[in-house]
Design a protein around this ligand. Sequence first.
Ligand code: PLP
Length: 503
Amino acid sequence: LDIEEFRRRGYEAVDRIADYYADIESHRVLSVVEPGYLKKLLPDNAPEDPESWDVIQADFDNKIMPGMTHWQSPNFFAFFPANSSFEGILGDMYGGMLNTIGFNWLCSPASTELETIVLDWMAKLIGLPGQFLSDGCGGGVIQPTASEAVIVVMIGARDRVLNRCRRVEGKSEEEVAMVANRLIAYGSDQTHSCTHKAALIANVRFRSLPTDDDFRLRGETVWAEVQNDMDEGLIPFFLTATIGTTSSGAVDAIDEIGEAGDVDQLSSLWLVQVNGTDIWLHIDAAYAGASLICPEYQHLLKGVEHADSFDFNMHKWLLTNFDCSLLWVKDRKPLIDALSLTPAYLRTAQGDAGLVTDYKDWQLGLGRRFRSLKAWFVIRSYGAKGLREHINKHIRLASHFRALMAKHPDLLAISTPPTFALTVFNVLAPLPEIEGVDSATLTRQTLERINASGEIFLTLTELRKRPHIRLVPGSPWVEERHVEKAMEVIVRCAKEVVAEMMA
Ligand code: PLP
C-alpha cells in the first residue's frame, strides 16, 4: 500500500470497525469452526508474489472472521471481560503509526514519561498509598499481562533475598545457590495459575495454601504454613494475595496476611535464615482492581500498605484494549537490580546520569509498545466519572441477573457470595434426587448446552472439585435485555437437561 492507497483502505477499515460494533449482536458469540479449519483454507506456503489488498481483505472476511470468538459481544459472559473502546482502538492506531520501541527514555521520551504519569494517575484514582507513586522509591510500569507482572516481581523478590545474602551476609556464590534452592513462593488454592507458573520460571518451589469457607486466604493459615516451612529449612520469600479470584471473586484477607508476612513477626526466624528480609507480598487484582476506581470498593485495599507490589489489568474491565496490565512496586530497586543489563549499545547519557526511567529494567523483554497512549486516551475521554459509571453499570447488571435467578429457586442456586460483577451458580438436582442426576452432572451438561446454542458464552470453574458456572456481564455493550436473555437461555437449557436426564 502506498500513502494514498493506505488512506483509502484506512478509511474503509475505520468504517468496517464502526459497522462491526454497530452490528456486534449479529455475530454468534462463539465460532462453530472445527479444530484445524484454517489449515484447510490457507495455502501451505507464504505467497511468493504480492497479493492485492482486495484478496487479502476478502480472506479476512471469509476465512478469519468465521473463526472468531466475539469478546466484545454483549452475549459474552465468559472468563473475565477484555474491554475495548474506540479510544483504546485509536490509541492502538496511533501507537501503530509511531511504532516506537520505548525500552529506554531516549527511545521515545514521551512514551516513558506518559507511562509514569498515567500510572501515577491511576494509582491515585484507585487509592494506592503514596509509596507506590513514582516520586518516592516506587512507581508503576505497564506490563503486557498480569502473568508477566508476577514473573517480574517474583524475580525481583528472589534477587532481593539473594542479594542480601551476598551483600549483607557476605555469603559465597555456593552458599547463595543453596539459599536459592530453599526459596518457596505461595499462593492460595484459588490463586490464578500465573503465580505457580512464575515460580516454575523463577525455579523456586510453590505451595498453594488452603482458603476458608468463602475461598479467602487468611492470615493465620499463612502464618502457620510459613512457620512449618521454615522449620523444614525452607525460605518463604513471596506470596500472592488476590483481590477478585478467578473462580469466585474472593478477596483475600490482605491485612491479616500482610501482618503475618511482616518483618516484625518473622524477623527472629528470618534472622537465622536470610538476615531479616520479609516476604514479598504481591497483590493480584487483575480483574477486580478496576472496581477500586469507585471509592465504595476502596476498603478492599485494607492492608495494602503491607504489599510490595500491586497489579491490575486495564485491559480487562477498564475499557482499554489488550494489552495493558498496570503494575506498581513500592520499591523499584529490587526490580532494577534483578533485570537491568546495559551493554554499550543501550547506554544513554540520561540513563548514566540517573535522570530518567528506562523501562527495559522493569520488564522481561527489551522492546516495548507505547501502551500508555491508549490508557491516557481512555482515562481522559471517560474521566474518572465515566469509568466509575462503566464499572457500576456491570455491577448493577450482575445484581439484576441474581434477582432474576432468585425466581428459579428449585433450578438454580448461587454458589459463592456474589462479588463484583461475577455470579457463580449451579444447577440443582430435582427432589427427590435420582441416582446419576446430581447437581455436578446437571451443571456441566447445562453449561455445554448453553455454549452449544451459541446464544451466549459462559465458562465453567471448579470450587473444591465441584463444577460451577460463572457469569460476568463485562462487555461495554451489554444491557439489561442481554442479561435477561442470558437468564432465559440458562433456564431453558437447565430445564431441558433435567428433563432429559429424568426421562
Ligand atoms: N489473575 C487473575 C485473578 C485472573 O483472573 C487472571 C485472568 O483472568 C490473571 C491473573 C491472568 O491475567 P493475564 O491474562 O493478564 O495474564
